[in-house]
Ligand binder design. Structure first.
Ligand code: SAH
Length: 213
């Protein structure tokens, strides 16, 4: 599959939809306007790629809805050159958005099949995350901690302690918390021991599962 002018036109429309839904961060909108989302999905579903919808990918997982990706990324308040840990590499779409923002990206995936496929695919597209890890996101990634931002792209039944402790002071954790429905939650580390918590409404994600597979 290729990226054509027709795809670019559809991306522009998707960006307009996200603006209507309240996304304002220019860098985030520009990243979504650039990334060929249709290439992150199986070829038969090309027509769905630029609708603002989540979609099934390999290993019973989903590529997140563009609005959700934009909303979570906006909450991170990223600065160029900062370090971000993503939990749930999945299709690699969110990883690509972070790469476009000039972030040093670390990402963890627990499904071996997706981990291998996405690693190859991102490098084919020319995206260079700092490190892709096959492991359990509940543990974070201590080797490269602390991070300016941590973004969890699966629904967490509770907030894993290692993720809070792997944030820098002033770092931000964006995590959907809940079982069937999740509340998008932002934690800002105020000091070694203090965190500010803010909540941003309901979202639906595939579950954050323990251990690797
Ligand atoms: N960021 C992805 C979203 C994929 S859906 C994208 O843009 O496409 C969530 C992903 O989290 C799935 O790929 C799932 O396998 C993964 N996941 C679930 N539990 C996990 C865990 N404990 N550690 C790491 N990844 C996990």
């Amino acid at each position: 599959m290729k990226d054509t002018l027709r795809h670019a036109g559809k991306r522009k429309q998707l960006v307009d939809v996200l603006i209507q839904k309240g996304i304002t961060n220019k860098a985030v909108l520009s990243a979504i306007g650039k990334i060929p989302r249709h290439l992150f999905m199986d070829s038969g579903f090309e027509d769905h790629a630029y609708q603002d919808k989540a979609f099934p990918i390999a290993a019973d997982q989903t590529i997140s809805q563009p609005y959700t990706v934009a909303f979570q990324t906006e909450l991170l308040e990223i600065k160029k050159g900062s370090t971000v840990l993503e939990i749930g590499t999945g299709s690699g779409y969110q990883t690509a958005v972070l790469c476009e923002l000039g972030v040093k990206v670390y990402s963890i995936e627990r499904q071996q099949e997706l981990f291998k496929k996405t690693k190859l695919f991102l490098s084919k597209l020319g995206y260079r995350p700092k490190y892709l890890s096959f492991g359990d996101g509940y543990k974070g990634l201590i080797e490269h901690a602390p991070y300016d931002g941590i973004i969890v792209t699966a629904g967490a039944p509770y907030v894993p302690k290692p993720l809070l402790s792997q944030l820098k002071v002033n770092g931000r954790l964006v995590i959907p918390v809940g079982e069937d429905v999740q509340i998008m939650t932002l934690f800002i580390r105020k000091s070694e021991t203090e965190f500010e918590k803010r909540e941003f409404g309901e979202f639906r994600f595939v579950p954050l599962l323990e251990d690797k597979n």
